[in-house]
Design a protein around this ligand. Structure first.
Ligand SMILES: C[S@@+](CC[C@H](N)C(=O)[O-])C[C@H]1O[C@@H](n2cnc3c(N)ncnc32)[C@H](O)[C@@H]1O
Length: 212
């Protein structure tokens, strides 16, 4: 089977996509999603999920009693999300359009492995709009690729990342970029970083920022 046919098959198959993400993150992403749903989401919260993918996190958050709106640009992902999290609402929308969802509407905005698919300008726009559409003291909960610090960790991370990045490309036809200067960027638009946990030599982080 040619790589192109294989890639197209995966594109049509969000179940395999999820499995691929699990392999890429050595299972950490599932644990992080469970942690987000239990530690950062309360029953009754209004939550926006950006780049919801197959809805696995949305399902955990609705089970916790939150009202969830998920957005994504992929019709295939949204179809899977509607099956996996029937209690959530899903909208075909690009991340840069979230402003139209309404000012001061959400208690939480969550994004796992989707900010790294945005360009630098898109990310800055999404961060400043997130600040506007969150309620006062609302939180932006992000788990994504981050650059590791220290030369030996960076070198080791590059060695580990090379096959993983290739696999990401095969699975998603997307290159991703680690979130650079993320703290400075969120703080520039008015957030305060209140929590950080790192995984996989610092190449994956859970970062929570509060609208102060
Ligand atoms: C690597 S997947 C992660 C999916 C899910 N959040 C997870 O952790 O399993 C990235 C998701 O972001 C979506 N995405 C990429 N660019 C986007 C954009 N500009 N606006 C909204 N969603 C986007 C993709 O379609 C894909 O579903």
């Amino acid at each position: 089977m040619s790589t192109l046919v294989y890639m197209k098959m995966l594109e049509q198959n969000p179940v395999k996509y999820d499995r691929g993400m699990r392999i890429i993150t050595v299972g950490r992403i599932d644990r992080i999603k469970r942690e987000i749903a239990t530690a950062w989401i309360d029953p009754g919260h209004d939550v926006l999920e950006i780049g919801c993918g197959t809805g696995s996190l949305a399902a955990l958050m609705t089970a916790r009693g939150a009202r969830v709106v998920g957005i994504d640009i992929s019709d295939n992902m949204l179809a899977a999300a509607r099956r996996n999290a029937p209690e959530a609402e899903f909208i075909h929308m690009t991340a840069t359009e979230i402003g139209m969802l309404g000012e001061g509407r959400f208690d939480r905005i969550v994004a796992t492995l989707s900010f790294s698919e945005l360009s630098e300008d898109e990310l800055d726009h999404v961060l400043s709009t997130s600040f506007v559409i969150l309620k006062r003291s609302g939180r932006l909960v992000v788990a994504d690729e981050t650059p590791s610090t220290g030369w030996w960790k960076r070198t080791l991370a590059r060695l580990v990342r090379w096959p993983l990045a290739s696999l990401t490309f095969i699975l998603t036809q997307n290159t991703t970029q680690a979130l650079k200067m993320y703290d400075q960027r969120v703080e520039r638009v008015g957030f305060r970083v209140v929590h950080r946990k790192v995984y996989l030599l610092g190449t994956l982080s859970l970062i929570v920022a509060e609208k102060s």
